[in-house]
Every structure is written in C-alpha cells, then in structure tokens.
Design a protein. Structure first.
Length: 114
C-alpha cells in the first residue's frame, strides 16, 4: 500500500486500502491452505529493487507523502511501478497481489512457470 499525498488519500481507494490493511493486521490467526501452510499477509514498501526488506508484515507502511499527484515525481512513481513491480512481486512470490490502483498496475505480471 502506498498512501500518496493526494486529495483522495483519506477518501475513496485511499480510505479503502487504509481500513482494509488495518482490519487485516488485527487478525490473530489465519486459516491454513490445502497443504497446511498458514496464510500470511503483508504490504510492499517499494516497487523495485531487492526483495529483502520490501515486505511489511505489520501493514503499517504509510507510503511516501512527499509524492504529490500531478507532478513529475508522481508520474515517475507511476511509471516505475508499472515497469518494476511485476518483477519484484515475482521474486517475493505472493499467491495473491491486491492492486486497487488501475493506473499503477504493473505491465508484466507473469509468475514463475507462466
């Protein structure tokens, strides 16, 4: 989740993501999958670089509030996310990746073996 410094940070998708992550973080236990592994949930704190340290299991990451909508920095953020997030997600290996921001959806979301 990346709570950007936008007018909708506390409305719409921003509010939805914030409250979804808070509710998920409050769960004490998760059901096991078909092979007995327990479900874990985490947020990504960046969209490129090493997989090490890219995951926030506390779900408290607030994003970078310095990224202001409709600026060159914001456009670069969106472009980098589209270009690099798919590769980072592949390295981390989630079974589910929830991306509620359609303009920031990665171009390449192939998974290993696909």
């Amino acid at each position: 989740m990346t709570a950007l410094n936008t007018p909708s940070r506390e409305r719409g998708i921003g509010r939805y993501v914030k409250h979804l992550c808070r509710a998920l973080a409050q769960r004490d236990t998760w059901p096991a999958d078909a092979v007995g592994r327990s479900l874990q949930i985490a947020g990504l704190v960046r969209h490129r670089g090493s997989a090490l340290g890219a995951v926030d299991e506390s779900l408290q990451f607030a994003g970078d509030p310095r990224i202001v909508v409709s600026t060159p920095q914001y456009q670069r953020h969106k472009l980098e996310r589209r270009l690099f997030l798919g590769s980072l997600a592949r390295r981390i290996g989630p079974r589910l990746l929830h991306l509620p921001d359609p303009p920031g959806t990665p171009i390449d979301m192939r998974q290993p073996g696909s």
